[in-house]
Design a protein. Structure first.
Length: 309
């Protein structure tokens, strides 16, 4: 199959996108929300004709309140996230929200997130991602533990169980680095992108979705290897992987496409509070579908070739 034949092209393409994503992460940086850095969360509800989020943002200067995130909750309510405020800053904030006392509002919630709590949440987010990656590696290695038992060519010169794990791990790293890098790039120029609990949730969802797609292909490879062994066929491992990709590609693309279309609708008609979550998840699904077809399976063949040499 041409995907396996021209695997080096896809490797270079993936490496370039990953390199750009890492550049974006380290050059433009990620903007952590107050959930990870500590700060103030205020929820207000306006009584009369409410202002827009843009109007509220215009009266909250960054030099006084830091980077402000404003999320509408309903037609007249807003959740406002700022840096940790001193008592005098809080007074100034409420004066600004009243638009020189021309707007009346009620304070529904006022809560503080301390820096220590933010650091703890950040650490737990990293731990959650690492635990998921480790669990996936061990599961794949266990599920494909018998793939190298046999004597036909596609078995003797095929991939071991740990090759399946390594290929899956590289694909998963690819699938979370690229959405994170694109998010950093968009956040530097186009959208108000902050790293919060929803962002971490989106990354975990991407990991689950991507590994599902990859295992579908790998499982078909295992099934075809077993058939080759039963029929004593001299089909090479690269030919077996190529045939498996052809058999599963339609299912992978159709499943991802239907999910992506739902996310597109949610992005345009959903609430601003979930728009960044939907954006990251949509990018991750596209990247995950690409990696399961054009990266993970060719990597499996490349690792098998290294084993053969």
């Amino acid at each position: 199959m041409s995907i396996i034949k021209y695997k080096k092209i896809f490797f270079v393409f993936s490496a370039l996108i990953v390199a750009f994503s890492l550049f974006a992460i380290f050059f433009w940086g990620l903007n952590p929300s107050i959930e990870f850095t500590g700060g103030t969360i205020i929820e207000v509800h306006y009584k009369a004709e409410p202002p827009t989020a843009e109007e509220i943002s215009s009266v909250l200067p960054k030099e006084l309140f830091g980077i402000v995130l404003i999320q509408p909750t309903n037609e007249a309510g807003f959740i406002i996230r700022t840096k940790d405020l001193r008592p005098e800053d809080r007074v100034a904030l409420f004066d600004a929200l009243s638009f020189n006392k021309t707007q009346q509002f009620t304070e529904e919630r006022y809560s503080l997130v301390g820096p220590s709590i933010g650091a703890e949440l950040r650490a737990k987010a990293w731990i959650a991602i690492l635990i998921v990656l480790l669990g996936i590696i061990l599961f794949v290695a266990f599920a494909f533990r018998k793939v190298s038992q046999g004597s036909v060519e596609s078995v003797r010169f095929g991939a071991s169980s740990w090759h399946y794990s390594v290929a899956a791990l590289i694909a998963l790293a690819h699938d979370i680095i690229i959405p994170t890098g694109i998010f950093a790039f968009l956040g530097s120029r186009f959208v108000d992108a902050q790293i919060d609990a929803l962002f971490v949730t989106a990354l975990l969802a991407i990991l689950g979705y991507s590994v599902h797609d990859t295992i579908v292909v790998f499982d078909r490879v295992r099934e075809n290897v077993r058939k080759n062994q039963e029929l004593k066929l001299r089909t090479s491992f690269s030919e077996t992987v190529g045939a498996s990709l052809i058999q599963t590609m339609g299912r992978s693309i159709n499943t991802s496409l239907t999910t992506f279309l739902v996310l597109v609708v949610l992005f345009f008609i959903g609430t601003p509070a979930t728009s960044n979550f939907v954006l990251v998840l949509g990018i991750g699904i596209l990247v995950g579908t690409y990696s399961s077809i054009f990266l993970a399976s060719p990597l499996l063949v490349a690792l098998a070739n290294m084993r053969r040499k």
